[in-house]
Unconditional design. Structure first.
Ligand SMILES: [Zn+2]
Ligand SMILES: [Zn+2]
Length: 377
């Protein structure tokens, strides 16, 4: 009697999760047919997925028409399976083979002293050759650590000149224009690699924009963001806040996410409504609705939008070095936001991690640059 009362206190979701604790509890026959172990004794119930939904052979479903714990267990296991299948992991590149004899027995062998930082040396146990591993940073005058630190500092809000001052303290002579060239080179390289990754974003997308000054002219940087993961899906740079055609950004968003949003939230400007009609609106399901959210100061619903403004800190100063509108700097902010910046609102995960793209290694910048370079070579 006591046990019976206890089990009634659990929700069906909890009971379904309990079933899934046993890895063999759900047996998949094919995509339409499953067997789920009975919790109260021996035997299994049959769960069928059809165009009419899920059905189960247990009394709860047969006599009461409930969505029983067995159906829920199958649904949860399908979600889990999808999640694992869609997880992308980007790993650091291993040292690999000796460039002379191709042997795999490689050991660390001190560092090569360099006036702009030390570079790790390796030696081959078979033939004795020593070599450096510098994938993606060949012929650079500073080490991977210095170059990636410069980028991290710049995108977290430091000016080019203060990055230059930091490098000088580290013994690296690189003026602000050199730093700007590094950023251009590596943002382009990283973007060509990362743009192939498909983020798992939610169905609610939000538009955001912030103004930036480029050579004294005000420009607008539009962003299309996923509400749940905060992943910055697509961007567009514009001359005009209210009249620019933002259709290219919406189109790119669809391509990157592989879907349309269920809900689009914008500040209600006409250019967003027009682009929504052209790219997202449809007569048939799945349909996208457009929530036009007029900005009211102090309105907490706009907090997520203001976050991006806070990120690109001290914008006029930061943007001063920018020469062209196709500047890699804007793309760099997007990459930094998605892949390198831990987010308080996401349990210190990056938006990319929340969207199932994980970058491993002590220095994520180096991991991405190595992988991107390996692909190009
Ligand atoms: Zn059932
Ligand atoms: Zn060798």
């Amino acid at each position: 009697m006591y046990r019976h009362t206890m089990s009634n206190l659990q929700t069906r979701e909890e009971r379904a999760n309990l079933i899934l604790k046993d890895e063999k509890a759900v047996r998949r026959i094919d995509s339409q047919r499953y067997f789920v172990k009975s919790q109260s004794g021996n035997g299994e119930y049959e769960v069928i997925s059809s165009e009419f939904g899920f059905g189960c052979s247990c009394p709860d479903h047969l006599y009461r028409g409930m969505e029983c714990k067995h159906v829920l267990a199958v649904k949860f296991s399908l979600e889990l399976r999808k999640k694992v299948e869609s997880q992308i992991t980007i790993k650091p590149i291993a040292i690999g083979n000796c460039p002379r004899c191709k042997s795999e027995t490689i050991v660390r062998h001190g560092v090569r002293k360099n006036k702009s930082g030390d570079i790790q040396k390796y030696s081959c146990k078979q033939c004795g050759k020593w070599f450096t591993l510098n994938l993606g940073f060949e012929r650079m005058r500073a080490t991977p650590q210095m170059i990636t630190s410069a980028m991290q500092l710049y995108f977290s809000g430091e000016s080019l000149r203060s990055v230059e001052a930091f490098l000088k303290l580290q013994g690296v002579r690189a003026n602000h224009m050199t730093v700007y060239r590094w950023i251009g080179k590596y943002v382009k390289l990283m973007d060509s690699y990362l743009e192939q990754m498909k983020p798992q974003v939610s169905g609610t997308w939000r538009t955001d924009e912030l103004f930036v000054k480029v050579k004294g002219n005000t420009k607008y940087l539009y962003a299309l963001m996923d509400d749940e993961t905060r992943f910055w899906i697509a961007q567009q740079v514009a001359d005009n806040k209210y009249s620019e055609n933002v259709r290219p950004m919406f189109k790119e968003g669809k391509e990157i996410a592989g879907k349309k949003p269920d809900i689009l939230i914008s500040d209600g400007a006409m250019n967003f409504q027009e682009a929504y009609k052209e790219e997202f609106w449809s007569r048939v399901a799945p349909r996208t609705s457009h929530v036009r959210h007029i900005h009211i100061q102090g309105d907490h619903n706009n907090n997520k939008m203001e976050r991006l403004n806070g990120e690109v800190r001290d914008r006029e100063k930061v943007m001063r070095g920018i020469k062209k509108m196709d500047s890699p700097i804007f793309k760099g902010y997007q990459l930094y936001h998605n892949y390198f910046r831990d987010h308080d609102g996401l349990d210190d995960k990056t938006p990319a991690e929340a969207a199932n793209i994980k970058i491993e290694g002590r220095n994520k910048w180096i991991t991405v640059i190595q992988n991107a370079s390996k692909l190009q070579n």
